[in-house]
Design a protein around this ligand. Structure first.
Ligand code: COA
Length: 164
C-alpha cells in the first residue's frame, strides 16, 4: 500500500538540514510531499512563492523519484487530509525543539487522527542549523555555502544585497 507523508515547514529558506530530512524520509515512505506553509508567528524574508520555487529547485537536485513539492495555507492537518497523507514528518534537532513539536503533533492529531507525526533526526552537522542562523550569517557576509544548496545561496545573496 502506498504511504504518503507530508514534510511541512516555512522553509525561509530551505537548508541542507531540511534536505537531509527529505532524503531520510524518502527511504521510509513511498511518496513525500515537501509542503511550504505559513507560520503565522513568523515574518518570512522570502515570499510564499519564492520559498516554494526554491524548495522545488533544491529538491529536484536530489533526483529522488518519490518527492513532490506542494504549498498550503491554513491548517496543516487539513492539508494532510486533503493529500491522503498518513504521516507528518518533522525534524527534531535538540531538546529545545521538543515542546513546540510536541504541542504541534498533539494538535494535529486532534484535528486529523489518521496521520501520525514522525520525528527524524538530521545528521550531526545539521543539528544546530536553522534558517534564521543562515540569514544572519548571509547578512554579515559570512560563507553560507556549507549550509544551503547553491540555488538558495544565490537567492539569499541577491535578496540580502538588495535590502542592504
Ligand atoms: N534542519 C535545519 N533547520 C531546521 C530543520 C532541519 N532539519 N528542521 C527545522 N529547522 C528549523 C527551521 O529552519 C526553522 O528555523 P527558524 O525558526 O530559524 O526559521 C525552525 O527550525 C522551525 O521552523 P519550521 O520547520 O518552518 O517549522 P515551524 O515551527 O515554523 O512550522 C509550519 C511551520 C508551516 C509546519 C507550521 O507553522 C504549521 O503547521 N502552520 C499551519 C498552521 C497549523 O496547522 N498549525 C498547527 C496546529 S495549531
Amino acid at each position: 500500500m502506498d504511504k504518503c507523508a507530508v514534510y511541512p515547514g516555512t522553509f525561509d529558506p530551505i537548508t541542507n538540514g531540511h534536505l537531509d530530512i527529505v532524503e531520510r524520509a524518502a527511504k521510509l515512505f513511498s511518496k513525500i510531499i515537501v509542503a511550504v506553509g505559513e507560520n503565522p508567528e513568523k515574518t518570512p524574508l522570502f515570499s510564499h512563492n519564492e520559498r516554494f520555487e526554491l524548495v522545488k529547485e533544491a529538491v529536484s537536485a536530489l533526483e529522488l523519484p518519490n518527492i513532490t513539492v506542494g504549498q498550503f495555507t491554513g491548517l496543516l492537518a487539513q492539508y494532510a487530509q486533503d493529500t491522503d497523507a498518513t504521516a507528518i514528518i518533522r525534524g527534531l534537532r535538540a531538546v529545545s525543539d521538543f515542546e513546540h513539536e510536541f504541542q504541534m503533533a498533539l494538535a494535529n492529531r486532534k484535528l486529523f487522527p489518521d496521520a501520525e507525526t514522525v520525528f527524524l533526526m538530521p545528521s550531526e552537522p545539521f543539528v544546530y542549523l536553522n534558517s534564521s542562523m543562515v540569514k544572519v550569517i548571509a547578512r554579515n557576509d559570512g560563507n553560507i555555502s556549507q549550509f544551503v544548496p547553491p540555488c538558495v545561496e544565490k537567492a539569499l545573496l541577491e535578496k540580502i544585497g538588495g535590502i542592504k
